[in-house]
Design a protein around this ligand. Structure first.
Ligand code: FAD
Length: 278
């Protein structure tokens, strides 16, 4: 069972709990991106099972009036088992999304997965004329080129700084250089894209820049933030722009929870206080 301390970052263990979380967020004007926790599968069975769970979730969202969508991890759908397994499972989830009118995001994992993830996204985005989105990481030197490649592609792009630690020859070495790349990438997409831009960041500086670029170029965009992070800001922003919250759920919550707790001092203090009072 999910302990109360984890429920700040994880929307329960079942599909029903993430849908209930979506209902509550929707009341605050925030859409929800549902991510079933699971990654790095080396066997086909769990990858197939997660694809089936996403198909059911797409049907449940489609049958509801919720503003909710999906986000999948390539290694959760079998990329490390075999590229064909990944492609088959992704095709199932994307088809279910299209059948039920539910948008499907693809998270971006470590740099060894960038090419197959990008190729799979582009295939579905062009074939279906949209309905899918891809996360790109500003810390990778290649991302400016990838953004140019996708400029005329339907679908959406979520720009993040990058949560993995790629080798120096393919990535920017310092946080300030990553921030510089993020600012340049934002300027590029607001100038060159017709829309379909998601700013995946909690950074007040980047959110202000996005708002300024929106004013300058008139390009529509949305902000995406994680469940449990700057939630007051999420609610405030929802009154001025489109805001989506990325909400993970599922029984594999411990690894995700500890990642969140350990990445920032504020999160660790929150966890310690919650444990001390509980
Ligand atoms: P940082 O650069 O970490 O921090 C900048 C400033 O933002 C801080 O100084 C602070 O003011 C504010 N801030 C940041 N975090 C917090 C916090 N916890 N509490 C309070 N203030 C905070 N990465 C991937 O590699 N692949 C993905 O598919 C992916 N998907 C994502 C989806 C979403 C919706 C989001 C929000 C992030 C995703 N990420 C993904 C993670 C991303 O790459 C970054 O690691 C993460 O968002 C931290 O960068 P940042 O821009 O939010 O802020």
């Amino acid at each position: 069972m999910l302990p109360p301390v984890a429920s700040r970052f994880v929307a329960g263990e079942s599909a029903a709990t993430v849908l209930e979380h979506a209902r509550q967020c929707n009341e605050d004007g925030i859409g929800v991106i549902c991510n079933r926790l699971g990654e790095h599968y080396h066997d086909r069975a769990p990858a197939d099972a997660d694809a089936a769970a996403y198909e059911r979730l797409a049907a449940d969202i489609g049958a509801s009036d919720l503003r909710a969508c999906l986000s999948v991890k390539p290694s959760q759908l079998g990329l490390l088992v075999d590229e064909d397994v990944f492609r088959e499972n992704l095709a199932r989830v994307v088809a279910a999304g299209a059948d039920h009118g539910v948008f499907v995001w693809m998270d971006m994992e470590d740099h060894t997965t960038t090419d197959p993830t990008l190729d799979a996204f582009e295939h579905h985005a062009r074939e279906r004329g949209g309905g899918v989105g891809l996360c790109l990481q500003a810390n990778l030197r290649r991302t400016a080129d990838d953004l140019r490649r996708l400029a005329d592609c339907p679908g959406k792009v979520r720009l993040v700084k990058g949560a993995y630690d790629p080798p120096n020859d393919i990535a920017y070495p310092t946080q300030s250089r990553v921030n510089e790349a993020y600012r340049a990438d934002l300027e590029y997409v607001f100038r060159e894209y017709d829309g379909g831009i998601a700013v995946g960041s909690h950074d007040p500086e980047m959110l202000t820049l996005a708002a300024d670029l929106h004013t300058k170029y008139g390009t529509p965009y949305e902000v995406q933030m994680l469940m449990g992070v700057r939630e007051t800001a999420q609610r405030d922003l929802a009154s001025v722009c489109d805001v989506w919250q990325y909400a993970p759920y599922g029984s594999s919550w411990p690894a995700y929870f500890w990642r969140r707790v350990l990445e920032r001092k504020e999160n660790a203090l929150f966890a310690l206080r919650a444990l001390a009072s509980g």
